[in-house]
Design a protein around this ligand. Structure first.
Ligand code: HEC
Ligand code: HEC
Length: 350
């Protein structure tokens, strides 16, 4: 009898001890999550609803026109190139090629980045040789490897020949006497791009929903913070706010096996300190934008992450660390705005 009682007392003690270990673990996991959330809010802030600009306020008429122009091939030299060719919105606004193909099969010098969440960066292009999305759109139409038009006048002439554009430009720029200009084309396309924000699970997490990321993704976020990826890729777009040397610890081409060595921002500034310096790219939707780096030299995100650790931070991330960082980065895959996915009707020639 006594033996049995002692036995059940022991069982009870074990149960109590196990329960308390379990509860402490639960509570400390909760504390850890709360701590991770607090850190993440400080590092990343809040994704805005649109990437506004004082110089180019977003209006629905501008966005409508901008989206049409985004699909317009008739303002390219061979009549086949539009922005959508290299930035198809439904494919996360990039073309999957190492280097894009422009008019008359010309190969672009670099890989096409996504244009989703891109308008909030310090500049546009890998080497920052475009001021903002408006400047980028303006120069694109005469850029030899993209639209290849001979002049801005030729672009305006083409737009004026297509009857439907008169009214669309007038509505988007009502106070202009002669609204069909390349500046207005750039503003309209820019306004459209400024609406392309893609909130993801990670944003629900940042809003306080700790369950929005699973355990592996949270582990990845923690490693991403502790390994110091945040030194460069932080803020609401997870990058896009500074220029940095690609290959701080070792030359990048040793790891990327790049066929050509790109001098980066040096090409723009001719300043020795800018050799191999590139804009820190945004990492939103990075799970969908392979191949990676300015020359598309690396196919797998796992490789890109490991290379980053190695040559930007001098850290040899192990397989498990790389995998959880990749899981975190994939939680940045967002929802493309419904309206941006609908392909617009283009104005007819007459
Ligand atoms: C032939 C393919 C091609 C076409 C057409 C094209 N792009 Fe691009 N786009 C690229 C490539 C390649 C880059 C990177 C260029 C570089 O950094 O040197 C780029 C870069 C950009 C960027 C900068 C993104 C960033 O993160 O820095 C934006 C924005 C952009 N394009 C928008 C547009 C718009 C708008 C149009 C139409 C007016 C357009 N592109 C037409 C291939 C193309
Ligand atoms: C010192 C700054 C710096 C640090 C730290 C850094 N990066 Fe980068 N990252 C860059 C730059 C610059 C590039 C662009 C390289 C190029 O020109 O292709 C880049 C590119 C990338 C890319 C490729 C993106 C694309 O669209 O092709 C990924 C992915 C990436 N970084 C992830 C990480 C991760 C994960 C870490 C931490 C392990 C990290 N980075 C640490 C500066 C940094």
């Amino acid at each position: 009898m006594q033996k049995v009682r002692r036995g059940s007392k022991n069982v009870l003690t074990i149960v109590v001890v196990l329960l308390s270990i379990f509860l402490t673990h639960l509570l400390s996991a909760d504390d850890e999550d709360a701590d991770l959330l607090k850190k993440a809010i400080n590092i990343f802030g809040t994704l805005p609803q649109a990437m506004t600009s004082e110089k180019n306020p977003i209006t629905s008429e501008k966005v409508k026109l901008g989206k049409i122009l985004f699909y317009e091939t008739r303002i390219s030299v061979g009549g086949t190139v539009s922005c959508a060719r290299c930035h198809p919105i439904g494919l996360y606004a990039t073309d999957g090629l190492r280097k894009s193909i422009g008019n008359h099969c010309k190969v672009n010098p670099r890989n096409a980045p996504t244009i989703l969440n891109a308008a909030g960066q310090i500049s546009a292009h890998w080497i920052g040789n475009r001021k903002n999305v408006e400047d980028q759109a303006r120069q694109s139409v005469i850029g030899p490897p993209s639209f290849g038009m001979p002049s801005y006048e030729a672009v305006v002439k083409k737009l004026k020949e297509m009857k439907g554009y008169g009214e669309l430009f007038k509505k988007a720029f009502p106070i202009d006497n002669d609204p069909i200009t390349v500046d207005n084309l750039a503003k309209a396309i820019g306004a459209f791009e400024r609406t392309l924000v893609t909130p993801s699970h990670f944003d629900s997490f940042l809003k306080g929903d700790i369950t929005a990321l699973n355990r592996k993704e949270k582990g990845g976020l923690k490693t991403y913070i502790e390994a110091d990826c945040i030194m460069c890729h932080s803020g609401p777009y997870v990058g896009g706010q500074m220029y940095e040397t690609f290959g701080i610890f070792e030359p990048y081409w040793k790891y990327t096996k790049s066929e050509q060595i790109d001098e980066g921002r040096y090409v723009v500034t001719k300043n020795d300190a800018d050799q191999y310096v590139f804009k820190v790219p945004i990492l939103r939707n990075v799970g969908k934008t392979a191949p990676y780096f300015h020359d598309g030299s690396v196919d797998k995100l796992e490789n890109a992450v490991w290379i980053m650790g190695k040559i930007q931070l001098g850290k040899d991330l192990n397989k498990a660390q790389v995998e959880e960082v990749v899981a975190f980065l994939k939680s940045l895959t967002g929802i493309i705005p419904e309206d941006a996915l609908k392909i617009p009707l283009l104005p007819s020639m007459d």
